[in-house]
Design a protein around this ligand. Structure first.
Ligand code: ADP
Ligand code: MG
Length: 313
């Protein structure tokens, strides 16, 4: 009996190793990634896929900026929705190809993620998005209400990254999954929406972390396993130091402790570890953080960082 597995694909599943995101780069990377995903489907698992979208959203934002004199720029939540459509399409084509000659049933759900309009993240936007720019351009866009910050390599727009509360289209994803589809959902963390005082939903200028959204989606669809596929085989203790050590099987209690000690960088490994912890703490069978090439072996053990609920004896 196979499991019901949510795979969260990181940037390296969708762009060239250097982060380039030309159409050819995205084609190649997704084609490669779907060969690994097809392996899990062939092994009899029910698979759902979610994915990041950083470079793709960056491309759309740049296009917005360069064409602002002829077309009104579109809001950030629209940009996220656009990436769900394009990346979903590429995944569907690539997965059908990888499963051939077996028939494939693949569907993409445009997915909204509910966030709290009073989330403190809106008061202090910290998530960098898009390309680096000169100070003058950053200052100009600040006058239009955007927030920009100076980083080592230049100025970059920052937006709020609020907590995902609910994957609003999770029930559509389940219905398709139960009808036998491999579903792509909550791409880029989902299109962020807030509920107004009148109960109506509206998009917001924010991005939801795709790994944290994956943890919420995994719970919503009753996934047994969460696999976070990235570009390193394991989460590492003492990352980048002489005493670096890969983490293999670990309990939620021990990993929480390491998290508190600050071993996982914010914005990269931090949210993956947090997502793995939340999933396993809330009853998931296991969460595995590993590199894309290893996802076929991730469930059978001895691979990646495997997070299971409990306390070390
Ligand atoms: P993705 O695009 O797959 O979401 P990220 O680049 O956001 O991946 O996160 C993976 C990266 O996290 C690794 O390539 C590594 O550089 C970085 N990282 C930071 N801290 C750690 C750690 N403690 N262990 C392993 N990798 C870490
Ligand atoms: Mg990355």
């Amino acid at each position: 009996m196979g499991g019901r597995i949510l795979i969260a694909l990181g940037g390296n599943a969708m762009t060239a190793p250097d982060g380039s995101a030309s159409p050819g780069d995205q084609h190649r990377a997704i084609g490669q990634a779907m060969i690994h995903v097809a392996g899990l489907i062939r092994a009899g698992h029910q698979v759902m896929i979610t994915h990041g979208n950083g470079p793709q959203v960056g491309n759309i934002l740049l296009k917005n900026q360069l064409t602002a004199h002829v077309l009104p720029p579109v809001p950030l939540d629209w940009c996220v929705a656009q990436t769900q459509g394009t990346i979903g399409t590429l995944i569907m084509n690539a997965l059908e190809r990888a499963l051939a000659p077996d028939p494939a049933r693949v569907a993409t759900v445009v997915t909204r993620t509910l966030v709290d309009r009073d989330d403190p993240a809106f008061l202090d936007p910290v998530k960098p998005i898009g390309q680096y720019f000169e100070e003058a351009e950053a200052r100009r866009l600040e006058t239009q209400g955007q927030t920009w910050r100076r980083f080592e390599r230049g100025w970059r727009r920052v937006v709020a990254s609020p907590e995902p509360l609910e994957i609003l289209d999770g029930s559509a994803a389940i219905a398709l999954m139960e009808a036998g589809y491999t579903v792509v959902a909550a791409g880029g963390g989902g299109v962020p929406v807030v509920r107004g005082a009148d109960g109506a939903l509206n998009g917001v200028e924010a991005v939801v972390d795709k790994d944290l959204a994956a943890a919420v989606l995994a719970a919503a669809v009753y996934a047994t396993d969460l696999i976070i596929a990235t570009d390193v085989p394991n989460a590492v203790v003492g990352y980048g130091t002489a005493s670096a050590r890969p983490i293999e099987e670990i309990t939620t209690a021990s990993l929480r402790e390491l998290y508190r000690e600050g071993h996982f960088a914010g914005g990269s490994m931090g949210p993956k570890v947090e997502a793995a912890l939340r999933f396993a703490e809330n009853g998931g069978r296991q969460a595995v953080i590993t590199s894309l090439e290893h996802i076929g072996d991730a469930l059978s053990g001895n691979i990646g960082t495997r997070v299971i609920r409990g306390v070390e004896r």
